[in-house]
Design a protein around this ligand. Structure first.
Ligand SMILES: C[S@@+](CC[C@H](N)C(=O)[O-])C[C@H]1O[C@@H](n2cnc3c(N)ncnc32)[C@H](O)[C@@H]1O
Length: 274
């Protein structure tokens, strides 16, 4: 078996084999997943009728309730969503959904920002919108956090202040400045071909995740061998990046066309999979 697919390759979760993408309405598919079986969800729902997807059908509340059931204790749901603007009025669907997740029992661990480096949607009377929310919902306290690091601005050695002693003298000692620190919770990515992905054919889907965004979350909130789930996997970005990072995955997608696209995308990594 190819090395990128982990030890759980033959395992089943309820009706579903691990490391497969299914053409199924996730309202139906999730009912067949066992309780407490998923380590991490990285997903983006269709929102505010912004795009018409093939076979579009979406009942957000039921999906949130099922996610709470299938996610393991300490598991995390990364929910990426923006808001439509209609007649100059922002829908705030993102906030409404986040409040619902909280009401049903999810912990709102963080509200992160996905900043788009390049964005073509200008408004004449407001600043160009260049972000979406990345809500980090957890079932209790997250069981995994592998913080991603960034280089500090100032490095090297410096006289560092130590606490004042009883004599009032503030001693300074030479110490090494930290070379890196944990990243902030605003992440920016280039979007489009060469930004989101180099898989040209993936753009048959109109709203794909940047692969790097998915990778950063997968590395942060899961470990090798964990099960990563995307109930609305579109072009299959979450599945592809999970496999590349030695995580197991399950993808569900309601559109037959997008399911084929997602399978093709993962197949480019792993000819043995499908
Ligand atoms: C925002 S897109 C996800 C894109 C994906 N993150 C990617 O990187 O390609 C939302 C997807 O949800 C799918 N979808 C909508 N309702 C669904 C349902 N009930 N079950 C499964 N998939 C659904 C749509 O067809 C669409 O592909």
């Amino acid at each position: 078996m190819h090395t990128i697919i982990s030890v759980l390759f033959n395992m089943k979760l309820g009706e579903f084999e691990i490391n497969r993408i299914y053409n199924i309405d996730c309202h139906i598919g999730m009912k067949q997943l066992p309780n407490d079986s998923i380590d991490l969800v990285v997903t983006s729902p269709p929102y505010d009728d912004l795009r018409i997807y093939n076979g579009y059908k979406f009942n957000f509340e039921n999906i949130a309730i099922d996610l709470l059931r299938v996610i393991k204790k300490g598991g995390v749901v990364v929910w990426v969503i923006g808001d439509k603007i209609k007649n100059g009025n922002k829908s705030l669907t993102s906030f409404k959904q986040a409040l619902f997740f909280q009401e049903i029992g999810f912990n709102v661990h963080d509200v992160m920002i996905y900043k788009k480096r390049n964005t073509p949607f200008m408004r004449s009377n407001a600043y160009t919108n260049s972000y979406e929310f990345m809500f980090i919902f957890s079932k209790g306290k997250p069981k995994t956090f592998n913080p991603l690091k960034t280089a500090t601005v100032r490095q090297g050695f410096e006289k560092l202040v130590t606490n004042k002693k009883a004599d009032g003298i503030n001693k300074k000692v030479i110490g090494e400045l930290k070379k890196e620190k944990t990243r902030i919770n605003i992440w920016d990515y280039a979007v489009g071909l060469g930004g989101s992905t180099n898989d040209k054919f993936a753009f048959e889907h109109t709203a794909i995740f940047p692969e790097k965004l998915v990778q950063d979350h997968i590395l942060s909130w899961s470990n090798e061998g964990d099960i990563v789930f995307d109930p609305m996997c579109g072009s299959g970005t979450t599945c592809k990046i999970a496999a590349l990072n030695k995580r197991n995955f399950i993808g569900m997608e309601i559109s037959k066309e997008y399911t084929e696209l997602a399978k093709k995308r993962v197949k480019t990594l792993e000819n043995l999979l499908f």
